[in-house]
Design a protein around this ligand. Structure first.
Ligand code: FAD
Length: 444
């Protein structure tokens, strides 16, 4: 498939080219504890999951800890570059561009248990695997990512993606490709009702449902058929995005583009045969809408086996749904030998690969401190980033953290977080993937 036409370069282009597209964005990113001292330990470290967070930790800890036994539990042979899936579903990238073998990133000396963790006994410091074998640990890193809870939408299954006008960029790489086909089919119809959804729970890459709305809009406009398409956005949240300035911007932009917003209404049922979707308000009122295309984003939580363990939050906003870690040190709140990283943790923001990049040096430093019985001084500031695509060829690089009402934390002087730019699109399209792989290798 040929690539879509990009808009002409914006002023940031010169700076981007100067920084060197070929060198990759890894060179743009600050070095962290890559050169920190090695310590000797006989500790048994178990890392659950080898996604963005698990691989980053495996590489960092294997470099940092001499004499430790490091075991990674991961069932999958392949590593998915999930941030590329929105580009696959929008027809910009081919699927193959997002896949690499896990073995390429697992450092030598780390044991890979190719299986699925099924239980955690935090008191006994023991993991049970799906085949009933067990693993004991001195330090546990929970990096399992999150679970997509399709079962909470009556009638919905990831198998439906690509059929009956249903899309879902989150389900898998294959589903991202099927979402693209479902959008292609709808656009080829020349008009109709499109519905884009976002659930009532925290989700990974909170910008992805919005990106899918904007890239589809971009494709509709490219065909000059905007007036024949009705677009509605249903969100379980009261707003559009956690960063306040971006929240206001998105509301205005959706209104300008005539995309009707429906807040505090989440998808509770879908009738794929009849192409009908039911939305429910917090007071229990329901509304049924017809659609020609619907982008479904399911509710999300920690995986069931984490939810069933003592490690799950027992109270507060993350109760029963997310790992109970301190949002700054990333140490478990009740089991000091347990650390959490990535999408699985309970935190007011995060759940991006960009957050993992900020969290990994913190978890590394705090595990080293824990093993040396020193205070845990490293702190995560909540950094997260979303290359928010607003058009095919344009994006906003939105970076922010916990503090000062989620104030912007821009990394590049020439990219204004409040401006849509070609430069931010280039970061998303070309530069962030090499930076991501450098992060997996523990190099940034
Ligand atoms: C459509 C989409 C778009 C995104 N866009 C962006 C973006 O633009 N920018 C950005 O920064 N982030 C983006 N993200 C988010 C980013 O991909 C995640 O935040 C990141 O991958 C989180 O890393 P993780 O290691 O916590 O989870 P994952 O990378 O999902 O890895 C979890 C790993 O745990 C393994 N696992 C699960 N259960 C078990 C078990 N029981 N036992 C053993 N292993 C297990 C899985 O197989 C997997 O390998 C996007 C995500 C999606 C889906």
């Amino acid at each position: 498939m040929s690539r879509l036409q990009l808009p002409p370069p914006s002023p940031g282009r010169r700076q981007l080219l100067k920084l060197g597209l070929g060198a990759g964005a890894a060179s743009l990113l600050p070095l962290s504890s890559v050169f920190a001292n090695t310590i000797s330990t006989r500790a048994r470290i178990v890392i659950l999951g080898s996604g963005a967070a698990g691989l980053s930790m495996a590489n960092r800890l294997s470099r940092r800890l001499s004499g430790a036994t490091i075991t990674v539990v991961e069932p999958s042979d392949l590593h998915n570059y999930q941030p590329g899936w929105t580009l696959v579903a929008s027809g910009v990238w081919e699927a193959e561009r997002t896949l690499k073998p896990n073995a390429q990133f697992l450092p030598t000396g780390v044991d890979w248990v190719k299986g699925q963790a099924a239980g955690i006994n935090a008191d006994l410091r023991r993991i049970t695997l799906a085949d009933s074998s067990t693993l004991e640990y001195d330090v546990l890193v929970v990096a399992t990512g999150l679970q997509l809870n399709y079962q909470l939408i009556d009638g919905m299954s990831p198998k439906l993606v690509g059929r009956n006008g249903i899309g879902c960029v989150y389900a898998s790489l294959d589903a991202a490709g099927r979402t693209r086909k479902a959008i292609d089919t709808w656009l080829a119809q020349g008009g109709g009702q499109g519905i884009f959804t976002s659930p009532q729970t925290a989700i990974k890459c909170a910008g992805a449902p919005i990106k899918m709305t904007f890239t589809t809009l971009s494709r509709i406009k490219a065909e000059s058929t905007r007036e024949r398409f009705d677009l509605d956005y249903f969100t379980g949240g009261g707003g559009m995005f956690s960063q306040p300035w971006i929240n206001d911007f998105l509301k205005q932009r959706f209104d300008q583009e005539n995309i009707t917003r429906h807040h505090l209404q989440h998808l509770t049922a879908i009738d794929a045969g009849a192409k009908k979707a039911e939305f429910t308000s917090p007071n229990g009122d329901t509304e049924v809408r017809d659609y020609d295309f619907i982008h479904v984003v399911p509710p999300m939580s920690a995986p069931d086996f984490v939810k069933d363990s003592d490690l799950i939050a027992q109270e507060g906003a993350f109760k029963g749904e997310w790992l109970d870690t301190d949002i700054h040190t990333l140490q478990h709140n009740r089991y000091p030998e347990v650390f959490g990283i990535g999408d699985v943790i309970g935190a007011p923001i995060n759940k991006t690969a960009a957050s993992v990049k900020a969290q990994a040096p913190v978890v590394e430093a705090n595990i080293v401190a824990y093993l040396q019985e020193k205070p845990l001084n490293a702190r995560h500031n909540g950094y997260t980033s979303c290359p928010l695509i607003t058009d095919i060829g344009k994006a906003m690089l939105v970076e922010f953290g916990y503090d000062n009402n989620m104030e912007f934390l821009p990394s590049f002087s020439f990219i204004d977080p409040k401006e849509e730019s070609w430069s931010a699109w280039v970061l998303k399209d070309y530069l962030l993937q090499p930076a991501y792989y450098a992060m997996l290798e523990g190099r940034v």
